[in-house]
Design a protein around this ligand. Sequence first.
Ligand code: COI
Length: 327
Amino acid sequence: MKICIYEARADELKDFENIGKALGLELKLHKEIPSLETAGLAAGCDGAAMLGQGKIDSPLLDAWKAMGLKAIATRTVGYDHMDIQHAKDIGLMVCNSDYPPTGVAEYTVMMMLLVLRNYKPALWRGQVNDFSLAGLQGREINNLTIGVIGTGRIGFSVIKALSGFGGKLLAYDPHPNDKVRQYAEYVEFDELIARSDVITLHLHLTPQTRHMINRDVIAKMKDGIVLINCSRGELMDMDALIEGIESKKIGGLGLDTVEGETGIIHADHRTDILKNKDYAYLKQFPNVVMTPHMAFYTDVAVTGMVQSSLEGIKSMIETGNFRTRLV
Ligand code: COI
């Protein structure tokens, strides 16, 4: 079985070699992002695997289908970059990845601590031997109410990690998970928004969840609210975040994912002018920690991404099934 790998990074190569060999697959590795222009790289392949930088839209899916591809896998958990309905309509099987959620969960806790303990301005000061304390006083998770929106695998893992800190944990999810109840209290969305000191999002991006954190919702939050987003940037309305930071309604932001980050993240732009003015503006604030969509990026997760994508394509083609098959 021959599989075309898009967006192959140097750090994935060993896993592709080892896991591809163990599964008896022939892999064609490419750095290119999938698009209509690069669709031809998959000619002669049975399947393709990609990350999240390309739009897997209907023209691209049609092109792959016409070339004879049977299954595709995104090496990501999120699949908002894929038109899975169209894939279903044309009979192309799709799965996503289910690498362990602990890496993103630990990163989420780190983002909370970085913001709550004013680590960004402390780091800036340290670079110029300014070791003063004024303005750096922080808050303890132990004394705060943390609201977790979305209690799937990652949300649950965040709740479990936070449970050791001793703060009050609130959770919201339209589909509650009984395992969560031993650590957190499920409440309605509006109650979580009103009672939390820190809110973190762990949701898929869909038309329903896009801009779920907007001007109206932020207005109902506590003054000085800290917002954390290690899921998808578009869950939060960028204009509303900027307004909230400018007015100080928002006390701090920990954003690993930012609306409009595509084309910026995972690349060196040292000599470029950032075209996304909002991104460039927001990242200057001392109480805004922005990182380039790297919460996922651990040794275990990268291996899991490679493993589940290759296993998924092989299994879907051979049996029609895989544990994370989407359509
Ligand atoms: C995901 O797995 O959904 C991620 O956010 C990882 C990233 C490489 C897109």
